[in-house]
Design a protein around this ligand. Structure first.
Ligand code: SF4
Ligand code: SF4
Ligand code: SF4
Length: 348
């Protein structure tokens, strides 16, 4: 452990921690746009600047290692003025679009503009023009809202190992895009959407859906596979309008394309809402109550067991169930029916 002083507070931080990490451990808030603790520090946005005793000018706290005896100041009129100027410069080239932006209410840039009370940027000049790109089923890109934090490029490279997007051009012309400005052709996991601090990347399915008003959230577990990733369902009435995932969970907020975007089936009118029973051989499947359906299963299984023994019955569970559900299933087969014939689809 190392000891340092931040804003006149004595702090203990683990060896190797950055100044930003040490400050956050002590619940000292330093604004950032390009930082995500799940990825390597990048130092792109310059908002996390701090003063360190003995250094002539502010440094980025996300890339500066904390050292023994360091004395750090995170808030001062000069630091706040510099941070405000950085946000103003970002906003000088940003569409005034919050009223209709999909990200409003959940946008770090909007929050910073609010924090520093920036109604209008003092800086006027050329403005980048980018059309909205939504020529794939999942991801919408609005590059005129990009602050070049690089989070999307880094998550695609560092976390996904895909490298489907990168920087094109330099300086004012910089742009985040797939190689050679081709259409996005990737895993569509949406990790880039989940880390984008502005509305530059969003999900096509969110467009036109309620953003905050009347939207409730429910924590749950993804049912697509046995990884059991944490999901936060955003619902408006009976309709799921968005799925996100918390970063403090075992999946660290990362999801695959199914978990993040495969939720439209929930509101599909084609979903089965009752069990179906074929009452006559060759007949149609007809709706039944759960009591009737379960009663039929028990009667048929009991008859097979009586006539041929328990090992005439086998149970196939699913890799898409949770560990707990699979545990209960094997218990039903072994202890309830009396057979070890139990297997599932992932063990070919
Ligand atoms: S990205 Fe953020 S700041 Fe920009 S228009 Fe959307 S909500 Fe407003
Ligand atoms: S959706 Fe996933 S694979 Fe595609 S660009 Fe984004 S992070 Fe990379
Ligand atoms: S698209 Fe979003 S995540 Fe990517 S660099 Fe721009 S603002 Fe950052």
């Amino acid at each position: 452990m190392i000891s340092l002083t931040i804003d006149e507070k004595k702090i203990e931080a683990p060896d190797g921690a950055t100044v930003l990490e040490a400050a956050r451990l002590a619940k000292i808030d330093i604004p950032t746009l390009c930082h995500d603790p799940r990825m390597k520090p990048h130092g792109a946005c310059r908002l996390c600047i701090v003063d360190i005793a003995g250094l002539p000018r502010p440094v980025t706290s996300c890339t500066t290692p904390a050292t023994e005896g360091m004395v750090v100041t995170t808030v001062s009129p000069r630091l706040e003025r510099l941070r405000k100027t950085t946000v103003e410069l970002l906003l000088s080239d940003h569409p005034n679009d919050c009223m209709v932006c999909i990200k409003a209410g959940d946008c770090t840039l909007q929050e910073l503009a609010y924090k520093y009370a920036i109604r209008e940027s003092r800086f006027k000049g050329a403005v980048r023009q980018h059309n909205r790109v939504d020529n794939n089923p999942f991801i919408m890109r609005e590059q005129d809202k990009c602050v070049l934090c690089g989070l999307c490029v880094r998550v695609c490279d560092e976390v996904m190992g895909v490298g489907a997007i990168g920087y094109a051009n330099r300086g004012f012309e910089s742009d985040i895009c797939p190689p050679f400005k081709n259409e996005l052709n990737c895993e569509f996991c949406g990790q880039c959407v989940s880390v984008c601090p502005t509305g530059a990347l969003s999900a096509k399915m969110w467009a036109g859906q309620p953003r905050l008003e009347g939207v409730n959230t429910t924590e749950t577990t993804c049912t697509y596979c046995g990884c059991g990733c944490n999901l936060t369902l955003h619902n408006h009435g009976n309709k799921i309008v968005k799925i996100t995932s918390r970063s403090d969970n075992h999946n660290r907020g990362w999801l695959c394309v199914k978990g993040r975007f495969g939720y439209e089936f929930i509101n599909s009118p084609d979903r089965l809402t009752t069990p179906l029973i074929r009452r006559e051989k060759g007949g149609k499947l007809e709706p039944a109550s759960w009591d009737e359906a379960l009663g039929l299963v028990v009667a048929k299984m009991s008859a097979i067991k009586k006539e041929h023994g328990a090992d005439a019955i086998g149970g196939l569970a699913s890799a898409r169930c949770t560990n707990e559900e699979n545990y209960l299933f094997q218990k039903l087969m072994r202890a309830g029916i009396g057979t070890n014939n139990v297997d599932h689809c992932a063990r070919y």
